[in-house]
Design a binder for this molecule. Structure first.
Ligand code: AMP
Ligand code: TRP
Length: 354
């Protein structure tokens, strides 16, 4: 039986009743991001932007999931650098450590521990059906790590440790949140009410930003070519060049819709980074052709990323500040996670209570 993904899909940012809700009564949000490279505008528009916009309404936990990154071959020095880089980028994008807990997953040992316990209530067949595993394994099931296969259970542990109600993610994570709901429901039925059953919070706009050089593939940190990916750290000329060279659809009209995957993607990016709707942009560029549109889009992306990049530069010169935020975040996360683990161990009959 599958607990149907109860997906919260709403326009706008405010999905909580009011900013005046006391902290203790705020709904709990958890989300994570892998330190597998520099975050890009897909990560920003599908996830980070919503985390930032909504953080005032919720009790938020944001996690840099370095244990998940180990599911693919990883260089230790690069992993540590990417972890710090991602933390810095999240703070630069507006995650406020006074509103949100920000921490590194491996600093809180309970994530790995709960993953193992949840493995015992997860079915092999459920994991085999995960499309992200199939995509990442690329048909090489025999050669990939067991961690890649088990990845969704670690993600379920992340979410369930914190009594999470809402999981703001891009569309590619829908199936993992659905599995988390199934695992939580099954655990609760077997051992008694222990976990909150979470909901995915997927905004329809920006949930799936596509690569600029291939609008049928999702923009991804691990893409073979960086031409299709605008990273949050790309300089202005690189951004302009990537957009100028982006793939377009047949014809010359700046319109979105079925059969126009490339322009739909570019218009979506433009609308989400600026203040205009897709239809206002279609009207503005009617009869003007791709050249003028791409040139303005390039400037819009440069302008939207400029404040983030400015702040990034400042934070890069204060690495102690970032380290302190992560240490404080880990302490706060650990307090919550260890209380939850004590309850889980007890329910499952583990240990002798020491
Ligand atoms: P990852 O980079 O895979 O760790 O993803 C971190 C977050 O960004 C998740 O919430 C993803 O769903 C989201 N995300 C990743 N790629 C995209 C994309 N191309 N479009 C929209 N959201 C994305
Ligand atoms: N699997 C997510 C991704 O690739 C990252 C992630 C790990 C996550 N744990 C999570 C997202 C918990 C939301 C909640 O994007």
């Amino acid at each position: 039986m599958s607990a149907k993904a109860d997906v919260v899909e709403e326009r706008g940012v405010a999905t909580a009743p009011s900013e005046s809700v006391p902290e203790s009564a705020r709904r709990r949000v958890f989300s994570g991001m892998q330190p597998s490279g520099t975050p890009h505008i897909g990560n920003y528009l599908g996830a980070i932007k919503h985390w930032v916009a909504q953080q005032v309404f919720y009790d938020n936990v944001f996690c840099i999931v370095d244990l998940h990154a180990l599911s693919l071959p990883t260089d230790p020095a690069a992993l540590r650098q990417n972890t710090i880089g991602l933390a810095t980028a999240l703070l630069a994008a507006g995650i406020d450590p006074n509103q949100s807990i920000v921490f590194v997953q491996s600093d809180v040992r309970e994530h790995a521990e709960l993953c193992w316990l949840l493995n015992s209530v997860t079915q092999f067949g459920e994991l085999r059906r995960m499309t992200q595993f199939k995509d990442k394994a690329g048909g090489q099931d025999e050669a990939v790590s067991a961690a890649l296969f088990d990845y969704p259970v670690l993600q379920a542990a992340d979410i369930l440790l914190y009594d999470t109600e809402l999981v703001p993610v891009g569309d590619d994570q829908r199936q993992h949140v659905e599995l988390t709901r199934d695992i939580a429901t099954r655990f609760n039925a077997r051992y008694g009410e222990t976990f909150v059953v979470p909901k995915a919070d997927i905004k329809p706009e920006g949930a799936r930003i596509m690569a600029l050089d291939d609008p049928t593939a999702k923009m991804s940190k691990s893409a073979a070519s960086q031409n299709g990916v605008i990273s949050l750290t790309d300089d202005a000329d690189t951004i302009r060049r990537k957009i100028r060279r982006s793939v377009t659809d047949s014809g010359s009209d700046v319109v979105s819709g079925p059969g126009k995957p490339a322009l739909t993607n570019l218009l979506t990016i433009y609308a989400l980074l600026g203040d205009d709707t897709v239809s206002a942009l279609e009207e503005r560029y009617a009869g003007k052709g791709y050249g003028a549109f791409k040139s303005d889009l390039g400037e819009a992306v440069v302008a939207a990323l400029a404040p983030i990049q400015r702040r990034l530069g400042e934070l890069q010169s204060e690495p102690e500040h970032v380290a302190t935020v992560l240490a404080t975040g880990a302490d706060r996360a650990r307090t919550r996670a260890s209380a939850k683990m004590a309850q889980v161990r007890d329910r499952m009959g583990l240990g002798l209570g020491t």
